[in-house]
Ligand binder design. Structure first.
Ligand code: ADP
Ligand code: MG
Length: 428
């Protein structure tokens, strides 16, 4: 087993660089076993209390257990592994911690979180992801680091080119594992895991626990402890949701009215397809809204620009496909609008998880056409709640039977399911 303190005998001990005098901390974070420097760091970031997943996972990670941590989106899973990892790594040496992320955006977010948490240490954090040149990443890797955040494909490229090595990996984190599997990364992930030493600590973090994940876990983890918070199916309680029945040809008009009537700071609109997202963005722009667009057809530069523009308030609206739905942390999204009902009930929870992050409140509006009635019902079944059907006063509804539950049931029964299934392949 690897030395608990990471005090590798071959290494010169390095003094941690602590730029400020860290006060003696007696907070809920230090009570979990975190050092004064880390407890101070999170306090500086405005965290008052650890979230439930943090409370349960941090001591286990510190005790060097393999962990499967599952908790709904937006509950602070990043800090649940990042804080204890920083404490375990302690001081700058060599690449000992690898974090795999399913998308570039998530990799960037996790790297940023690590940079912030590790501010009062001399640990180095680096990131590699696809869609951009190799030059800078190769330089970064060659310079050396303790922690590497990566997307699977690009990491494999760098490994092939011998730009870095996983030989000394002591902590391997698979973050957003369910998403990783959804996106077909299983073969890449397995190749990467196989390149890490057998003697290591492995952590899985995920919003849901599909059967496929359990299989991967039994192969990659050793005697893992499962930390499962709440029901994965329910979105945060701070979110108010509503279903807005409307016929397809009136969807855009209703969206317009919703935007007009709502006092929003920032609104994230989800569409089912990339083309749909582009179209809605263009129409909203013509109506005078500032709009960013995010989907998988846009290149890395465009995606970063859209996300940054949205975060900084330059865009009041961000239109996205489900690629942006999971795990992406955008602070202060006041409203999520599902222009299209997601096909998978689980995606609904992920989409609206973009609002009401941490302790903030948020609103989630979902436009439901007659063809979506079934998907809407399955969302309710999945969450185990009934979502209120809402009607907007003054909107010239052309089909009022939408508000008649009985009529709706008939329409739903007649709806041709295979047609909407055609969209599945085009979604991401
Ligand atoms: P998840 O990975 O579970 O979806 P994140 O780790 O991205 O969630 O965290 C969601 C948001 O909550 C982030 O903005 C993060 O800074 C914030 N956050 C995490 N832990 C806390 C805490 N203990 N107190 C306040 N905010 C927190
Ligand atoms: Mg996360």
């Amino acid at each position: 087993m690897i030395d608990k303190t990471f005090d590798h005998p071959r290494r010169e001990p390095v003094k941690p660089v602590v730029p400020v005098d860290i006060p003696k901390m007696e907070t809920a974070f230090s009570a979990l076993g975190l050092s004064d420097a880390l407890a101070y760091g999170v306090q500086q970031m405005g965290y008052l209390e650890p979230t439930p997943i943090q409370k349960q996972a941090i001591p286990q990670v510190l005790a060097r257990r393999d962990v499967i941590g599952s908790a709904q989106t937006g509950t602070g899973k990043t800090a649940a592994f990042a804080l204890p990892i920083i404490q375990l790594l302690n001081t700058h040496a060599e690449l000992r911690c690898l974090i795999l992320e399913p998308t570039r955006e998530l990799a960037l977010q996790v790297e940023e979180a690590f940079q912030k948490f590790a501010k009062f240490t001399d640990l180095r954090v680096t990131i590699v992801y696809g869609g951009v040149g190799y030059g800078k990443q190769t330089e970064d890797l060659k310079r050396g680091m303790d922690i590497l955040a990566a997307t699977p494909g690009r990491l494999l490229d760098h490994l092939e080119q011998r730009n870095c090595s996983l030989e000394k990996i002591d902590i391997l984190v698979l973050d957003e594992v369910d998403r990783m599997l959804d996106m077909g990364f299983l073969p890449d992930v397995k190749r990467i895991v196989a390149k890490c030493p057998k003697e290591r600590q492995t952590l899985f973090f995920t919003a849901t626990l599909p059967a496929e994940l359990e299989q991967l876990a039994s192969w990659a983890l050793r005697d893992p402890i499962k930390v499962e918070i709440g029901r994965n199916r329910s979105p945060a309680e701070t979110i108010a949701h509503g279903f807005y029945p409307v016929v397809a040809q009136q969807k855009f008009d209703l969206l317009q009215l919703l935007l007009e009537q709502t006092d929003f700071k920032s609104v994230l609109i989800f569409c089912r397809t990339r083309m749909g997202a582009d179209r809605i963005a263009e129409r909203l722009q013509r109506k005078g809204h500032t709009v960013g667009v995010m989907h998988s057809d846009r290149n890395q530069r465009e995606r970063i620009e859209a996300l940054d523009g949205f975060k900084s308030g330059r865009y009041e609206v961000l239109v996205a496909t489900d690629i942006a739905a999971r795990g992406l942390d955008i602070a202060g999204v006041s409203h999520v609008i599902n222009y299209d009902v997601p096909e998978n009930a689980e995606d609904y929870v992920h989409r609206i998880g973009r609002t009401g992050r941490a302790q903030n409140t948020g609103d989630a509006f979902t436009l439901v056409t007659e063809e979506d009635v079934r998907d809407a019902r399955s969302i309710e079944r999945y969450m185990g709640v009934t979502v209120e059907r809402k009607k907007i006063e003054g909107f010239p509804y052309i089909y009022s039977a939408l508000f008649d539950e009985k009529a709706l049931a008939e329409v739903a029964a007649a709806a041709v399911k295979p047609v909407s299934r055609l969209h599945r392949g085009a979604r991401r």
